[in-house]
Ligand binder design. Structure first.
Ligand code: 3NM
Ligand code: MG
Length: 530
């Protein structure tokens, strides 16, 4: 097996979770039959003698399949049975010592959960691969450092270190809470320019399964399957003709599901209706799956609003269901950087799911930019400040483009920065094949759209219902393709253009906010119903 291919589907054993009626060895054998590419024997309770016996038996099965056997922690056991390698945690024997004992030919893996741990691994240059985790919540390991998990963002941060610092290629697997429902999403979300995970490591997904062979095979399939929403994304420019796109929108009458601020619900619903879409304002998670499975032209506006514990639960459920069924989500990170709990909530959501568009003012997008994984740049622009909902800083055009580009690339999404000039960045233009790799990094698309009118800032809901309008164009697949995919970037540009055009026209006819509010709805209606 060449280089780090053995890391693709990495089984870590745990004899305590084998279902009743099945033996440990049978379970490992089934995993091997199902396509596990590596086995790590992790025994915390066995006596040395029993550990060696078990390792010998498992080693035979692995050898029959040409799969390396890695021993967790116990160098002596690895030596005793001549296993292919060892895996050490941060509190175990240092990798350097293990290398001295085991020699150059054995595989050495090291667990890392922080940037500094992985920097150390790179500096040493001894490990062959690193285990990054825990990525998600896990019940399997009790003493994990981050109970909620480091998430895809945490993994990306560490991949950047590997990418930047290492002289030799050090492979990587993610571990912790990985299963069939999140593995292809994780592979997609963790890819950075020039590098992606070599694979995933799982315990319970296979060890606790009553059908371990099937579970392994299914996981293997997930690892070569595109993340659901990507098959609904196209980078082909179909038309830039706004009227054509509007016709398509109106004739498709998309449904826009909002989970949004109380204060803007009414206005957003009216904007949806004005542009020929239908609003639903549901916060009842039990019915989300009904929407995503039954409605073709559907997308979700997720507005950070008041991210209470209950609300976060609703957000996460929506994220999960919409991602699972490949429906697009527009994220409005309202006042993202205003308080640290709010920024934490943003981080949690960005780690939990994938957004197709992130739309905010400069302050909000700058706050998200600080969460980006490109760790080296993070102190570079501390002048990017954020106060409350309104963005108060004036940054140079170059700085705005830097921020927008980095957020779009890191979160692999379309980014809209609203303001007197609107900026739109196409993080999707960097895709290749399954989406687990990047390409075309030099050609990240972006464009600007002139702002509307200052009265747009004097009523509540104009920012939020831009999200509604983007969602409508995206859900209508308004680039003119009849069926499957949509150019999310192009749909977003169309939405921002229409929205600001109407804002300007309404503003020019109004002297005050009340009049503006109704005129704006009128113009949105008239422009889409000509
Ligand atoms: N190591 P499951 S998490 C063995 O973060 C292990 O280093 C972790 O189990 C780490 O796949 C973990 O059942 C347990 O969630 C992973
Ligand atoms: Mg250990």
């Amino acid at each position: 097996m060449s280089s780090t291919e053995y890391l693709r589907l990495y089984l870590v054993t745990d004899s305590s979770m084998v279902p009743e009626g099945l033996s440990f060895e049978e379970q490992v054998e089934k995993a091997l039959d199902g396509g596990a590419t590596c086995v790590q024997l992790r025994e915390k309770k066995l006596s040395t003698r029993d550990f060696i016996e078990r390792a010998k038996a498992v080693h035979q099965k692995c050898q029959a399949k040409g799969v390396p056997l890695i021993i967790n922690d116990r160098i002596d056991v690895a030596l005793a049975i001549d296993a292919e390698g060892v895996h050490v945690g941060q509190d175990d024997m240092p990798a350097k010592k293990a290398r001295e004992i085991l020699g150059e030919k054995k595989i050495i893996g090291v667990s890392c959960s922080t940037v500094s741990e992985i920097e150390e691994v790179c500096e040493e240059g001894i490990a062959d691969y690193v285990g990054l985790g825990n990525v998600y919540q896990t019940n399997t390991k009790k003493d994990v450092k981050t109970p909620n998990g480091i998430g895809p963002i945490g993994v990306r941060k560490m991949l950047h270190v590997l990418q930047d610092n290492s002289e030799k290629y050090i492979g990587s697997v993610a571990i912790g809470g990985i299963n069939h429902s999140n593995s292809s999403k994780l592979m997609y979300q963790t890819a950075i320019n020039g590098r992606s995970l070599d694979g995933v490591a799982v315990v319970s997904c296979i060890m606790a399964s009553k059908e371990a062979e099937k579970a392994t095979r299914k996981l293997s399939e997930c690892l070569s399957t595109r993340a659901t929403w990507t098959s609904d994304i196209s980078n082909d420019m179909i038309t830039t003709d706004l009227d054509k796109q509007i016709n398509h929108l109106v004739s498709n009458k998309p449904l826009i599901h909002h989970i949004t601020n109380n204060v803007v619900k009414n206005y957003s619903a009216n904007v949806a209706l004005s542009i020929g879409a239908s609003p639903i304002m549901s916060e009842f998670p039990e019915e989300f799956k009904d929407f995503t499975t039954n409605i073709t032209n559907l997308s979700l506006v997720l507005n950070l609003g008041t991210p209470s514990v209950d609300q976060m639960h609703i957000f996460k459920k929506a994220l999960y269901v919409y991602n699972e069924d490949g429906k697009h989500i527009i994220f409005d990170p309202v006042a993202a950087g205003a308080t640290s709990p709010r920024l934490e909530s943003c981080l949690e959501l960005l780690n939990s799911g994938q957004f197709s568009v992130i739309k905010g003012n400069l302050g909000e997008i700058a706050a998200i930019w600080r969460l980006c994984s490109n760790y080296k740049n993070k102190n570079a622009q501390n002048d990017v400040l954020m106060h409350g909902v309104d963005s108060v800083t004036t940054l140079s055009k170059d700085a705005i483009i830097k921020i927008g580009t980095e957020v779009a690339i890191d979160f692999r999404t379309v980014v809209v920065i609203t303001g007197a000039t609107n900026y739109i960045f196409n993080g999707f233009s960097t895709y290749k094949d399954t989406g687990y790799h990047f390409s075309n990094m030099d050609t990240l698309q972006y464009t600007t759209v002139p702002g509307g009118h200052e009265l747009m800032g004097s009523i509540t809901g104009t920012g939020c219902s831009l999200g509604t309008t983007i969602a409508a164009f995206v859900a209508a697949k308004a680039d003119g393709r009849a069926q499957k995919s949509v150019n999310v970037y192009q749909a977003t540009v169309a939405a921002v253009t229409l929205y600001n055009k109407c804002g300007k026209a309404a503003g020019n006819e109004s002297k005050s906010p009340g009049t503006f509010m109704t005129k704006f709805l009128d113009h949105l209606y008239l422009e889409t119903h000509k």
